[in-house]
Design a protein around this ligand. Structure first.
Ligand SMILES: [Zn+2]
Length: 184
């Protein structure tokens, strides 16, 4: 009986001499990881203000973006985003090219199914037509197909557009044709 008791004491001693919490968790000694925010459409200070359920928000986004290149669009007041059904899965269409107003037609069902980058790209492209009468010939932002585009490349395209590196206006002849097409 005495022997058992001694063993019990020894075991107890052995346990208390090696307390479990003397082991420092591995991750506690590592420095806190520095949070690296990869710039993207969703955390961009301007693009992130676009709200698919508030189409006018993209006008504010575009204006703020243009202001970075000292382009003031605040004088343009006749701006409408019109919700409508567009055929063939088209999400948006510029209806104010070569006019002194901005009319962007948006099929909201299709538009909301695009990812954030595509939504921003589409709005910049259509506003490029209506606000600046930019044709597809400039390429870059104004290349005809709305596509998924990586954030940094889009930044370059936006810069090239606003600084007129990639920018070609519709000709008068083209404008005449466009006005004929968009006449109600
Ligand atoms: Zn276009």
């Amino acid at each position: 009986m005495k022997k058992c008791y001694l063993i019990f004491l020894l075991l107890l001693f052995a346990c208390s001499a090696d307390p479990v919490d003397s082991e420092v968790p591995v991750d506690a000694v590592e420095p806190d990881p520095v949070e690296v925010v990869v710039p993207d459409y969703d955390n961009d200070p301007i693009y992130s203000k676009g709200r698919p359920n508030l189409l006018n928000s993209y006008w504010d986004v575009f204006k703020e973006s243009a202001a970075l290149y000292d382009i003031d669009l605040s004088h343009i007041e006749d701006v409408q985003f019109i919700s409508t059904d567009l055929p063939d899965n088209v999400a948006g269409r510029a209806n104010g090219s070569c006019e002194d107003y901005v009319r962007i037609l948006i099929d909201e069902t299709t538009f909301r199914n695009l990812d954030t980058g595509e939504q921003i790209f589409l709005m910049y492209h259509e506003l490029g037509h209506d606000v600046f009468n930019a044709s597809h010939d400039g390429g870059g932002l104004m290349a005809p197909n709305i596509r998924s585009i990586e954030y940094n490349l889009f930044q370059t395209e936006v810069s090239d557009f606003f600084t007129k590196v990639d920018f070609i206006e519709w000709t008068d002849e083209e404008c005449e044709i466009i006005r004929g097409l968009t006449d109600d």
